[in-house]
Design a binder for this molecule. Structure first.
Ligand code: HEM
Length: 425
């Protein structure tokens, strides 16, 4: 831990600004101090409504398993409050949320909505996509290089982004010509605090303008599927009912949007962060190349190591106590999954990247009521990507600086210039 971090008071630690994540990476040293000295610590950073940071594995489980006491509706992520709310306690997402989707719903409504789509994401349903995913992954590598080639590319946008994007759009039945559109609205959503990725503030609806565009597209595709049903998830969504009634449009499009964006950006970050980890740990890369059977444990270790979904937030519905901290009704409680995934009480040598780590009870997919709907799909995307990567890539080296997203919600590498040598046939 650096001297600068040790000397700061706990209140001064920056674990939340997007700038910090973009310029210096995840605040692991700060979290290590918090886990040791104040595992449930109240922060009041300038520009944000106050929140409690929960940094230990056991405490995050305790919160996640009590959705009645800690609700997801309201402030579900920790972002700066807009200037017009500076004097109030809100964050602009609470009163009139721009989306009502699974991650900001609570039981019993949450369960009803989750049930509309869950059959598409069970391990068995996902397993049926395996051979198609191999074809997609082969195509992604073939587009870049033939056997024996040496190529220079941006690992993030040219390779890592494509496989999960193509898989989720095929599940939804979104045509390939629309992939670039899906990618752009996703980047404007998760990159809302990144000066390079965020949508032009001057445009209609400001930085949230991508939602207007996305909803117009969802209107088109759902109307089409109601007239021309197909065997795809868009048809299931378009024709979904709740208690015999059509699902209200706002909630329907919110759910669709969530699947469309969460279904690939998170995995892209895990893939590019996983490649980064293999470059930084050449002995683990060698281990994977010689033991391709380790790819399943490697996929989970990559999710633990990178934790692309860094945090979610809950709101206390009653006064309560958490690890000695007195939480009051209405307080925000930030669950820092990336910190839990380095918790010394749970993981043996947590700062070691080991592709054969077992057991690996990481919280990279959350836990409880909101456990990631797409976890089986994400695991399969990762497993197949790294199976191909280990088989085909002989060597990989950086050719320029790594750039990280300015994001403390869902983040990871933004650009990663590399030279790759593909194994001769
Ligand atoms: C490595 C990739 C992924 C990671 C790290 C990840 C992580 C997470 C986490 C931490 C949550 C919990 C949210 C909470 O606590 O409130 C979550 C929920 C969710 N994830 Fe993922 N996810 C990934 C991939 C995917 C994919 C491929 C999909 C595709 C459908 C997906 C869809 C969802 C949905 C719909 C939820 C909301 C579930 C609910 O609230 O009931 N995720 N994810």
């Amino acid at each position: 831990m650096s001297e600068a971090i040790r000397r700061k008071s706990l209140d001064e630690l920056d674990i939340i600004t997007a700038r910090r994540y973009g310029e210096e990476d995840y605040p692991h040293a700060e979290w290590t101090r918090l886990r040791q000295e104040s595992p449930v610590h109240r922060f009041e950073p300038e520009g944000y409504a106050p929140f409690w940071a929960v940094t230990r594995h056991a405490d995050i489980i305790e919160v996640s398993k009590q959705p009645e006491l800690y609700r997801s509706a309201g402030r579900f992520i920790l972002v700066p409050r807009p200037p017009e709310l500076a004097a109030a306690s809100g964050d602009g997402l609470t009163e009139d949320p721009p989306l009502r989707m699974l991650v900001n719903m609570d039981p019993p409504e949450h369960r009803d909505y989750r049930r509309l789509v869950s059959a598409w994401f069970t391990p068995r349903a996902i397993a049926r996509l395996e051979s198609r995913l191999h074809e997609i992954t082969t195509e992604v590598f073939d587009t870049w290089a033939r056997d024996g080639d040496e190529v220079e590319c941006d690992l993030v946008n040219d390779i890592a982004a494509i496989q999960p994007l193509r898989m989720i759009t095929e599940i939804l039945g979104i045509p390939r010509e629309q992939e670039d559109f899906v990618m752009r609205v996703t980047q404007e959503n998760f990159g809302i605090e990144d000066p390079e990725l965020q949508r032009d503030d001057e445009s209609t609806d400001g930085r949230l303008g991508f939602l207007t565009e996305a909803f117009a597209y969802l209107d088109e595709i759902t109307s089409d599927r109601r007239k021309n049903p197909r065997d795809d998830l868009s048809t299931v969504l378009a024709c979904a009912t709740l208690d015999g009634e059509p699902v209200p449009t706002f909630e329907l499009f919110s759910l669709y949007f969530l699947i469309m964006v969460a279904g690939h950006d998170t995995t892209r970050n895990a893939i590019s962060g996983g490649v980064r980890a293999l470059v930084e740990h050449p002995e683990e890369f060698k281990k994977l190349q010689t033991n391709p059977g380790l790819v399943a444990t490697a996929a989970d270790e990559i999710v633990r190591w990178t934790t692309p979904v860094n945090h979610f937030s809950r709101t206390a519905t009653e006064d309560t106590e958490l690890h000695g901290a007195r939480i009051q009704k209405g307080d925000s409680v930030g669950l820092f999954y990336a910190s839990a995934n380095r918790d010394e009480d749970v993981f043996d040598d947590p700062f070691a990247f080991r592709i054969d780590r077992q057991p690996n009870p990481h919280l990279g997919f959350g836990i409880g009521e909101h456990f990631c709907l797409g976890a089986s799909l994400a695991r399969m995307d990762l497993r197949i990507f790294f199976e191909h990567f280990a088989k085909r890539v002989e060597s990989i080296e950086p050719t320029g600086p790594l750039e990280l997203s300015h994001a403390s919600f869902v983040g990871g590498p933004k650009r990663m210039p590399v030279r790759i040598r593909i194994r001769p046939h």
